[in-house]
Design a binder for this molecule. Structure first.
Ligand SMILES: Cc1cc2nc3c(=O)[nH]c(=O)nc-3n(C[C@H](O)[C@H](O)[C@H](O)COP(=O)(O)OP(=O)(O)OC[C@H]3O[C@@H](n4cnc5c(N)ncnc54)[C@H](O)[C@@H]3O)c2cc1C
Length: 503
């Protein structure tokens, strides 16, 4: 066996999927020494995710990649329609206009390999981020300085050892990092095989330009308009289906001949996936952390698995940066799981409930379900927007996601702030506070990198009124640290913020 010299880095990211690549961009921009390790040599070519939400686009905007992501995706404004076998609408997940609460549409459709290529290209901006392709982590141990990872080449018997202060396992559903952390994984109740296939249209036979969840007890399926000529079907496997043979073209086409035939399109690929709903209990053990599918998996009925992983990265990166620089205690990292777990569980629980609606195969139960839904107008629902679990935030609005409106000068909030803290105050609040106090805050907090927003514009002023407050501190991941109506409270919040910035 050939042995190579030992590698060292400050932060190792295991796995170069969308979550690892997003985290690497955030840490790269922060100037940290990062090494990404990936078993494969190319972007995974099989399309998986096709939808992400507005909050996720906001993270891509923070990475400086919004235009590049817009170039490979399309906004979807019509929401998702749950329809029965008679094509009656039972339920609608609402869409938004182009200027939704996050400063963009709330739904975007894309081809996952294209998104991953954009995220990887983004890393070329950071010489402090190295990427090691074609190496698989085969063993992980914690050490005095952090963790030691044994790597093996995927194509020959070359091995390397890596020493790192921190290791974030973004290594997917079969995560070795999760195994080494040794956490139990909670089962949230849904495990069902589905056939997933994508077709490329050669002509459009009049397919819908929005997503349909077809709640047909004879054959539940999802029909998605992805981008340009690409369309996705997800088809539930029924008793008697053979997962090995159903993927063959001669078995796939008859399932969808009502909508499209080989005369209209060609099959890009087909595969059977078992949709799971699971949540790891522990997301950190000392220097080891997990994010993305390594920490949670959801059935794709809300199109939220990847989105949840991108939120993990946005929640973790600013905390890891401060801990790695020694400006915050390592316990700050414990707020990562305590905040993110209940948040992601709210999405998984809703996806499982929707799965119960879509996956009904009993004809009588389906008829009863239809009667219930059709008794009134079609029920419209939004994505959940749960507050974070307990962590680094306080008060009734603490842990709530702050929107991205435009400021008084027309600039979007996040563009002004970057990936840092923001202090937002109603100008009358500042006018009511003694000038030396304000000057002291501005000097200390701005020196620590927080951005002061003193020209909030009407949408932010409205948010402050609706939340019965006059000032707010927003964290780098856009969640509210806390709100204040008095200068004493704002001062306390400022102290909380600085505790995560200064030693
Ligand atoms: C059919 C389907 C449809 C979906 N639709 C949606 C959707 O519409 N919207 C949505 O938000 N989500 C959706 N998802 C979920 C989404 O695809 C995943 O949540 C997302 O890919 C997870 O990203 P990740 O980076 O955490 O993991 P992955 O993408 O799995 O990446 C993990 C990486 O780690 C590498 N790796 C693993 N182990 C090692 C090791 N030991 N050494 C080195 N490298 C390693 C792997 O090679 C891989 O590149 C869907 C999933 C499926 C299957």
């Amino acid at each position: 066996m050939n042995s190579r010299p030992v590698l060292d880095c400050q932060i190792a990211i295991l796995g170069y999927g969308p979550v690892g690549a997003t985290l690497a961009n955030l840490l790269g921009a922060a100037g940290l020494d990062v090494l990404v390790i990936e078993r494969d040599t190319e972007v995974f070519a099989q399309p998986r995710a096709i939808h992400f939400d507005g909050e996720t686009m906001r993270v891509f905007e923070t990475l400086g990649l919004r235009s590049a992501v817009e170039a490979i995706s399309r906004p979807g404004m019509k929401g998702m329609h749950f329809m029965n076998a008679a094509d009656e609408v039972l339920l609608v997940r609402a869409g938004t206009g182009l200027d939704g609460p996050h400063g963009c549409a709330n739904n975007h459709y894309f081809h996952q390999p294209h998104l991953e290529s954009v995220l990887r290209a983004g890393l070329e901006r950071y010489p402090n981020v190295r990427v090691l392709h074609g190496m698989e982590a085969i063993a992980i141990e914690t050490s005095e300085i952090g963790a030691t990872i044994d790597l093996q080449s995927a194509k020959d018997d070359e091995t390397r050892r890596l020493n790192t202060q921190w290791l974030v396992g973004c290594d997917g559903a079969r995560s070795i990092t999760r195994r080494v952390i040794g956490t139990p994984v909670d089962d949230l109740g849904l495990h069902q095989p589905w056939l997933v296939f994508d077709v490329i249209l050669e002509r459009d036979p009049g397919l819908p330009d929005y997503t349909i969840q077809r709640c047909d007890p004879a054959r539940p399926m999802t029909i998605c308009c992805v981008t340009e000529r690409r369309r996705r079907w997800e088809v539930m496997l029924m008793p008697g289906d053979d997962p090995r043979s159903i993927v063959r073209p001669e078995n796939v086409w008859p399932l969808i001949e009502r909508w499209v035939t080989p005369a209209d399109a060609h099959l890009e690929r087909s595969a059977v996936y078992t949709f799971h709903s699971v949540l790891a209990r522990e997301w950190r053990s000392g220097p080891l952390l997990i994010a993305g599918d390594a920490a949670h998996q959801t059935p794709p009925f809300l199109g939220q698995g990847l989105c949840a992983g991108i939120r993990d990265a946005a929640n973790l990166a600013w905390k890891l940066e401060r801990v790695a620089r020694g400006t915050a205690p390592a316990t700050l990292l414990d707020t990562y799981a305590s905040e993110r777990k209940p948040h992601v569980q709210a999405f998984i629980d809703l996806a499982v409930q929707l799965g119960d609606i879509i996956q009904t195969t009993d004809v009588q139960q389906a008829a009863e379900r239809d009667r219930r839904f059709l008794a009134g107008d079609a029920k419209v629902f939004e994505f959940p927007s749960p507050a974070l679990g307990a962590g680094l935030h306080t008060g009734p609005s603490g842990g709530v996601l702050f929107p991205q409106p435009r400021l008084a000068d027309g600039v979007r909030l996040d563009q002004r702030v970057g990936y840092g803290f923001a202090v937002i105050a109603d100008p009358t609040f500042l006018a009511d506070t003694p000038a030396p106090v304000v000057e002291n805050w501005q000097r200390r907090w701005a020196d620590a990198g927080a951005t002061w927003i003193t020209d909030p514009g009407p949408a932010i002023l409205q948010w402050l009124t609706e939340h019965d407050t006059r000032a707010a501190i927003i964290r780098p991941d856009r969640y509210v640290l806390g709100t204040a109506t008095t200068s004493d409270t704002l001062n306390t919040l400022g102290g909380m913020m600085l505790a995560g910035i200064e030693t």
